[in-house]
Design a protein around this ligand. Sequence first.
Ligand SMILES: Cc1ncc(COP(=O)(O)O)c(C=O)c1O
Length: 414
Amino acid sequence: MPLNVEQIRSDFPILSRILPSGRKLVYLDNAATTQKPKVVINAMNHYYENINSNVHRAVHTLAGEATDAYENARNSISKWFNVDRNQVIFTSGTTEAINLVVHGWGRANLEKGDVVLVTEMEHHADIVPWQLLSKERGIEIRFISVDPETYRLNMDEFEASIDEAKFVGCVHTSNVLGTRNPVEDIIKIAHERGDNGNGARVLIDCAQASPHERLDLTDLGADFVAVSGHKMCGPTGIGGLITTQHVMDEMQPFMAGGDMIEEVFLDHSTFQTGPYRFEAGTPKIAEAIGWGAAIDWLSQFDMHEVHKHIHDLAAHTASEISKIPGIKVYGDHSDPTCSGVVSFLHESIHAEDLAHFLDLGGFAVRTGHHCAQPLMRKLGISATNRASFYLYNTREEADAFIAHLDRVVGRLAK
Ligand SMILES: Cc1ncc(COP(=O)(O)O)c(C=O)c1O
């Protein structure tokens, strides 16, 4: 059944906001962060107003209620991704999840000369931590290139390097292009042939996939999956690293203190097992509860319909704005697996100037390199404007955006 977008919109108080320009907000920056439905805001308020307490520590009533709410959120999240609850390590988001892989697994398992294979399409969060480890350990980082015409990964390069790779990191869906990578093939080949037949470990960055694709992570079979709650209607400051007990056993602790500890002696310490081993200090309690509420809310929708809705809006927008003189669209929106992002650039109007005039019309879009500078260089540009759609955006909003962009370009272009 198609989404009832008007009903969905009524769950989001912010969508009726009137901006200082007098224009109604048209929020098209969903790849950066999505808006939050009232149930998420209410769940977090309920925690602070009624059960605020630390978790896993005291025996008083509030501590028990807060611990239950926090752990119930882990249940909702693990059910959504079809994994066991002990496979979900809470982090502050995708960035921290990837850093946890680099410090927890990379430091314990990689040494000088080992090959880590990532792609030119990665977010900085899946490049820079490896560069830091490379400086410390002398590991070699190899990049699978992106074809700037088709916007796809060069799988021949992947095939050429995979036998030597001990680790593969790949973004599921590009935050710039919307390209959905063949992650299923990448995982299968890396497991079969990586590390000269021993099997490479694979990390998939699902920050841009989890908001509109129902990911079955048991089926996917990646060793590590990184996600952010705030890109799927949850609050900021929460996300997860989803892995297996077997892989967790290969990891060393990253941050130390608080919940991750079992016993401390003056000369050594012992640590918890499972996800708790990697959750140091007071956890992100309200945020986890909010993310759980977001996932419970999302559970009412068929994610195929969510994907279809945002893809249709993006494909329509990409096709229409590419008719505006001077506008180039990046990404292949004719591919039905492409996500809801539309990156574009005008040949002579600076991206920031354009974004400013779009904002005056009420349209919130992202501008810049999108934390993907190697990809930008490959495309021969330094920035794009990016409109990104989510389940509460309407066809009327897309059409209003297209018409406004056309007017602005008509006025500003020389
Ligand atoms: C593909 C991708 N990876 C990683 C991140 C980083 O996510 P976070 O800032 O939530 O840690 C983002 C955020 O935009 C992203 O789009």
